[in-house]
Design a protein around this ligand. Structure first.
Ligand SMILES: [Zn+2]
Length: 93
């Protein structure tokens, strides 16, 4: 799932700018971590870690850090479940 992003693309992924003290709190809470790819975030829905940028997280401008709290994979899954008429557990913040 993690490949080399092509930053030359017009729709190049972007990373939210997060104050260092907020990152420190998130790392203490176990929701973010420093990795060789930069800041990674744990998806609260599937528990997977992904680099915290728009390539792995849906853009949600104007809220929070500008990215949804769920990874893209969970968004696709939740949309599929909704389409099939199943109520997905948990609430998307
Ligand atoms: Zn997820």
């Amino acid at each position: 799932m993690i490949g080399a992003p092509n930053y030359a693309r017009a729709d190049a992924p972007w990373c939210p700018v997060i104050a260092p003290e907020r990152i420190a709190v998130a790392i203490r809470n176990g929701t973010m971590a420093h990795t060789e790819l930069g800041i990674s975030r744990r998806c609260p829905r599937c528990g997977e870690w992904y680099p915290y940028d728009s390539e792995f997280w849906m853009s949600h401008l104007g809220r929070g850090y500008g990215l949804h709290c769920w990874c893209k994979g969970c968004h696709v899954e939740a949309r599929r479940l909704r389409r099939e008429g199943m109520n997905d557990v948990g609430h998307e913040d």
